[in-house]
Ligand binder design. Structure first.
Ligand SMILES: *Cc1c(COP(=O)(O)O)cnc(C)c1O
Ligand code: SF4
Length: 328
């Protein structure tokens, strides 16, 4: 077994973890920004490759805005809560969320390669919920018992933070369950840390008997670098269906030209735009909110400008609902 550290793991260890270092790298005066000072519970984390996609000297850069801890996070907007999507009541077994029929979500890790300030999972008690050791046995038993589940979704955190060995182990166990037809991975890593798509990982994917899908998470066309293109091409060549989900974010992508370019570039990379999520109402993220009225207008403009397959579905998550609700 290969115990040497993979280049992607080194890149992860070298990610920016201080606002000052990131701002220095970007030639931005940190003292001029309305920064949050205490954010230890959800610290800054930005892989260098992702930072390299930001514009130097631009404090309003749309990628920087996604990761910069601002004082706005302290503002308590009405209607925002710790568990806005109602995941906690849906945790059937530790690490297993069975909210939608036929599909089950496994929280395989609590960590992420990048810390997105708008994320609803920032408050999730991962320590207690994520799968490891014995809990994996329980999760597998749960899936085995539920014959109606045909798709397993690996989520987190970011499931691609798992080592190739751990993914191979999990996939081995899933390959033995006859009623599982598809495995889906929800990950921002092909975008923020594309070196993670290793030759070994691709082999593991290609060897899996089930159909494989990977849902990326890119919000802005500037995130889609040449390295991301290569990662997407390798995944496609290994029969992985690629989709993308984005979150609609104020001053990041709440612009029809930006969303249009994102869809065009994704498709050029072999990725179909899937969902555009309305922001989940988690504490500390209200400054990213875009009104439903504006969201609808943006989608209408995209429908005028793009072929139908390049227009993502605008959806919101509603606690207790059986599917993601279309905002029509
Ligand atoms: C989003 C989500 C899914 C997947 O939903 P699709 O509409 O199939 O993409 C499954 N389970 C949970 C808990 C989810 O939040
Ligand atoms: S779960 Fe996804 S959106 Fe949330 S911090 Fe991690 S990578 Fe970002």
């Amino acid at each position: 077994m290969n115990t040497a550290i993979d280049p992607w793991q080194r890149q992860l260890a070298e990610a920016f973890s201080s606002v000052d270092a990131l701002c220095r790298h970007l030639q931005i005066d940190a003292s001029s920004l309305p920064l949050l000072t205490d954010f230890k519970d959800f610290p800054l984390r930005v892989p260098r490759g992702f930072a390299d996609c930001m514009e130097k000297g631009n404090p309003a850069d749309p990628l920087l805005r996604q990761v910069l801890p601002l004082r706005d996070e302290l503002y308590e907007y009405p209607g925002y809560s710790l568990d806005p999507v109602g995941d906690l009541p849906a945790v059937a077994k530790a690490g297993v969320i069975h909210k939608y029929r036929g599909r089950v979500l496994l929280l395989v890790t609590g960590g992420c390669a990048v810390h997105c300030r708008y994320c609803f999972r920032r408050h999730f008690p991962y320590g207690e919920l994520q799968l490891s050791g014995q809990k994996i046995d329980q999760a597998i038993a749960y899936i085995q018992e539920h014959q109606d589940i045909s798709e397993v979704i690996l989520s987190g955190g970011d499931p691609l933070l798992l080592s190739d060995d751990k993914i191979a182990d999990l996939f081995d166990r899933l390959s033995e369950i006859g009623h599982i037809l598809r495995i889906r991975i929800h990950s921002r890593i092909p975008v923020v840390l594309p070196a993670r798509i290793t030759a070994r990982f691709l082999q593991i994917l290609a060897a899996q008997p089930q159909q494989m899908l990977l849902v990326l998470h890119a919000n802005h066309p500037n995130e889609l670098s040449d390295e991301v293109a290569t990662a997407c091409r390798l995944l496609s060549e290994n029969q992985v269906t690629l989709l993308n989900q984005s979150v609609l974010l104020k001053d990041v992508n709440d612009d029809d030209r930006v969303l249009g370019r994102l869809s065009e570039k994704l498709f050029y990379f072999g990725v179909i735009p899937y969902y555009l999520h309305r922001l989940d109402r988690a504490l500390g993220v209200g400054h990213f909110a875009v009104s439903d009225k504006k969201a609808r207008r943006l989608i209408q403009t995209l429908q005028k400008n793009l072929p139908g397959y390049l227009v993502p579905k605008l959806v919101k998550e509603q606690a207790g609902a059986a599917y993601k609700i279309r905002i029509a």
